[in-house]
Design a binder for this molecule. Structure first.
Ligand SMILES: Nc1ncnc2c1ncn2[C@@H]1O[C@H](COP(=O)(O)OP(=O)(O)OP(=O)(O)O)[C@@H](O)[C@H]1O
Length: 209
């Protein structure tokens, strides 16, 4: 039997308008499994709108979005394959930074004590704040935690909206390296970025909006 390969992301004839302001009309996109796609463009060109549609967080006015051949949705099954920073999560009061990572790993069926959290915290500079409450972190530290939270669990597609935002210049290459490793491990990455050097460091295709 012939194996039929399904792209990670397929968009056909996408239309999104806010009132009379048309952001997408007849937009098409294919992202194969294992690819990196980075949307770039000035403020307001539609990067976040596109990512929200891909994550199923916004219903387009027309067209079709398929993630691994299925419509994106708010189901647990969809989010088991997809990790995203398009919408900020709520942090639990009473749980530390490390306990959040442990909870995420445990809930996704992976061992929280296998050293992966320590490794990620070390490279992302979160070790010294591991026992803090997330709400006490600086905005840059919270951005690192957000990235740790999506990277600490298994997924097949990462959807990241400006992952470089609020990061120190020294941390950006580290995050770019983590994202490259994610893709080398078979994952697909769809992101938006305002930082050409960061996008170059991650690699892959650019989508200019
Ligand atoms: N809920 C909304 N209601 C009305 N207009 C909206 C809404 N969300 C986005 N827009 C408009 O749609 C356009 C695209 O917005 P979007 O946030 O997708 O752009 P972006 O490329 O992500 O911008 P930025 O680089 O500033 O993050 C903008 O002109 C914005 O004003």
């Amino acid at each position: 039997m012939l194996a039929v390969s399904v792209d990670a992301l397929t968009i056909r004839d996408l239309r999104v308008a806010y009132g009379s302001h048309v952001v997408f009309d007849g937009f098409e996109l294919d992202v194969p499994v294992g690819a990196v796609l980075c949307a770039t463009g000035e403020n307001g060109t539609g990067k976040s709108t596109l990512l929200r549609c891909v994550a199923g967080l916004q219903k387009p006015d027309g067209g079709a979005v398929r993630v691994f051949g299925r419509p994106p949705g708010r189901t647990a099954a969809f989010w088991r394959s997809v990790a995203s920073t398009v919408e900020n999560p709520s942090w639990y009061h009473g749980l530390t930074v490390r306990e959040h990572a442990e909870l995420i790993r445990l809930a996704n069926g992976v061992d929280p004590g296998d050293g992966e959290i320590d490794r990620l915290f070390e490279v992302l500079g979160l070790t010294t704040v591991a026992d803090s409450a997330p709400l006490n972190l600086s905005s840059g530290q919270r951005q690192r935690l957000l990235l740790a939270a999506v990277l600490v669990r298994p997924s097949r597609l990462l959807i990241l909206d400006e992952p470089e935002q609020r990061l120190d210049p020294a941390v950006k290459p580290v995050v770019a390296g983590l994202l490259r490793s994610y893709v080398e491990g078979g994952g697909t990455l769809v992101m938006a970025s305002h930082d050409p050097a960061f996008a170059d460091a991650v690699g892959g295709e650019r989508l200019s909006l």
